[in-house]
Write a protein that binds this ligand. Structure first.
Ligand code: NAD
Ligand code: UDP
Ligand code: UDP
Length: 312
C-alpha cells in the first residue's frame, strides 16, 4: 500500500482527493489546520482504518514516513487568502519548504498544487505553461500569487539541487460539491444567492472571463500527474478550456435553479484578472487528460449539493 500525505486534505479539492485515493486502496494521511477546510468534508472517511487526520499547520516542520505527498494546503478564495495575507505567503512558502524537506528525507514524490494565478492578469490568451505571467508583486492578491510563484521556484530548486521527484500542476478555477458556501468564490456565491432568492452580485460589468473545471475531472488530473513518467515535472495546466463571462455564469445559474434573484453590480476588486483560459495541450499530450463535463451539467450536481446543505 502507498502511504500518501495530502496537505490541505480537509478542504474542497483535498477532501475529494483523499476519498479517491482511499477508493484506490491507498493509505491516506490528511493534514490540515482547518483554516478554510472543515471536518464535515472528511468525517465520512473517519471509519476507514487506512485514513488518518492530523490537525497540523504546514508552516511548522512535520516528521512522518510517506511515499507520496500532495501539497494542497493554502486558502484559495480571495476573501480567505486576504484575511491574513502574511500567513497566506507563509503557508505557501514555509509550507513548500517543509513539505520539500520531508520529500528530501523520505524520498517521496511530491506534487505541488499551483495555480493559474501565477499568470496574473494575462496578456497572452489562452495561457500556455511557457507564459511567465503578468503579476503585481505588491497588490492585494500578491500574497497568494507571489506565494505560489515562490513555491514553484522552491520546487524547481529542490529538483535541480537535490534531485527531488517533483510534479507541479497549475490549477484553473474548479468547482463542485464541498465548496465552502461562505468562501466568496464566484460559483458558490452565485448558487447560494440564487437558492436563497438573494441578489446575484456581479463584480464589475461581468465581462471578465473564467474557465470552470468540475472537481472529479480535476482530481483525476492530479492523480494522473502524480503517476506520470519520471522526468515529467510540469508545470502543467489543469483546467477546462471552455471560457465563460461571469455574466453568462450568473445567467446559467439563474436558469438552472429557476431563481427569481436579480443581478446587481458591485465594484470590481483590484487586480481582478480580465480573462483566463488554460491551454491544455501539454496535459493532453503527457497525461492523456482532457475534461469533458459541461459547465451546465457540473453546475446541476453542485446546485443539488448546496440545496441539501442549505436545508440542514
Ligand atoms: P480550500 O480552501 O478549500 O482548501 C485548502 C485547505 O488548506 C483547507 O482545508 C485549509 O484549512 C488548509 N490550510 C490552509 N492553510 C493551512 C496551513 N497553514 N496548514 C495546513 N493546512 C492549511 O481550497 P481548495 O480549492 O481546495 O484549494 C486547494 C489547493 O488547490 C490550494 O493550494 C489552492 O491554491 C489550489 N487551487 C485551487 C483552485 C480551485 O479553483 N479550487 C484553483 C487553483 C489552485
Ligand atoms: N523538514 C520537515 N520534515 C522532514 C524533514 C525536514 O518538516 O521530514 C523541514 C525541516 O524542518 C526544514 C525544512 O523541512 O526546515 C527543509 O528541509 P531541508 O532538509 O531542505 O533543509 P534544512 O533542514 O537543511 O534547513
Ligand atoms: N465574482 C463576482 N461575484 C462574486 C464573486 C466573484 O463577480 O460574488 C467574480 C470575481 O470578481 C472574478 C470571478 O468572479 O472576476 C472569479 O472569482 P473567484 O473569486 O471565484 O476566482 P478568481 O478570481 O480567483 O479566479
Amino acid at each position: 500500500m502507498n502511504k500518501i500525505l495530502v496537505s490541505g486534505g480537509a478542504g474542497f479539492l483535498g477532501s475529494h482527493l483523499c476519498e479517491r485515493l482511499l477508493h484506490e486502496n491507498n493509505e491516506v494521511l490528511c493534514i490540515d489546520n482547518l483554516f478554510t477546510g472543515e471536518k464535515k468534508n472528511i468525517v465520512h472517511l473517519f471509519d476507514n482504518p487506512y485514513f488518518e487526520f492530523l490537525r497540523h499547520d504546514v508552516t511548522f516542520p512535520l516528521y512522518v514516513e510517506v511515499d507520496k505527498i500532495y501539497n494542497l494546503a493554502c486558502p484559495a478564495s480571495p476573501i480567505h487568502y486576504q484575511y491574513d495575507s502574511a500567513q497566506t505567503t507563509k503557508t505557501s512558502v514555509l509550507g513548500a519548504i517543509n513539505m520539500l524537506g520531508l520529500a528530501k528525507r523520505t524520498g517521496a514524490r511530491i506534487l505541488q498544487a499551483s495555480t493559474s494565478e501565477v499568470y496574473g492578469d494575462p496578456e497572452i490568451h489562452p495561457q500556455p505553461e511557457s507564459y511567465f505571467g503578468n503579476v503585481n508583486p505588491i497588490g492585494v492578491r500578491s500574497c497568494y500569487d507571489e506565494g505560489k510563484r515562490c513555491a514553484e521556484t522552491l520546487f524547481f530548486d529542490y529538483y535541480r539541487q537535490y534531485g527531488i521527484d517533483i510534479k507541479v500542476v497549475r490549477i484553473f478555477n474548479t468547482y463542485g460539491p464541498n465548496m465552502n458556501p461562505d468562501d466568496g468564490r464566484v460559483v458558490s456565491n452565485f448558487i447560494v444567492q440564487a437558492l436563497k432568492g438573494k441578489d446575484i452580485t456581479i463584480y464589475g460589468d461581468g465581462q471578465q472571463t473564467r474557465s470552470f473545471c468540475y472537481v472529479d475531472e480535476l482530481v483525476d488530473g492530479l492523480i494522473r500527474m502524480m503517476r506520470s513518467d519520471n522526468g515529467f515535472t510540469g508545470p502543467v495546466n489543469l483546467g477546462n478550456p471552455f471560457e465563460f463571462t461571469i455574466l453568462e455564469l450568473a445567467e446559467m445559474i439563474i436558469k438552472i435553479t429557476g431563481s427569481a434573484s436579480t443581478i446587481i453590480n458591485k465594484p470590481l476588486p483590484s487586480d481582478d484578472p480580465r480573462q483566463r483560459q488554460p491551454d491544455i495541450s501539454l496535459a493532453k499530450d503527457k497525461l492523456e487528460w482532457e475534461p469533458i463535463v459541461k459547465l451546465e451539467d457540473g453546475l446541476k450536481d453542485t446546485i443539488e449539493y448546496f440545496k441539501e446543505l442549505i436545508k440542514k
